[in-house]
Write a protein that binds this ligand. Structure first.
Ligand code: SF4
Length: 77
């Protein structure tokens, strides 16, 4: 089953780790807070998911574990 990822904008500390590591999935907003590069599922203004390309799932899960503020949320689609 595919997995999806989103950023918890309120807790992201703009440490740059995720978008430095995986620019295919993460980007920086103007204020340095992370975001996903594409919105596949928009639940509301603060809950925007990207479906993770299959070949990047492992990398995304790894960076989610390394995020110092636990702001990268990965769930089954
Ligand atoms: S790794 Fe975590 S804290 Fe750092 S920019 Fe990405 S979401 Fe924000």
């Amino acid at each position: 089953m595919a997995k999806k990822v989103r950023i918890e904008y309120d807790t992201c500390t703009a440490c740059e780790l995720c978008y430095d590591r995986i620019p295919e999935v993460f980007k920086s907003k103007d204020d340095g807070i992370a975001d996903v590069v594409k919105y596949d599922i928009e639940e509301d203004e603060n809950t925007k998911w990207m479906i993770i390309p299959e070949d990047l799932e492992g990398d995304v899960e790894e960076v989610a574990e390394e995020c110092p503020s636990g702001s990268i949320i990965v769930e089954e689609e």
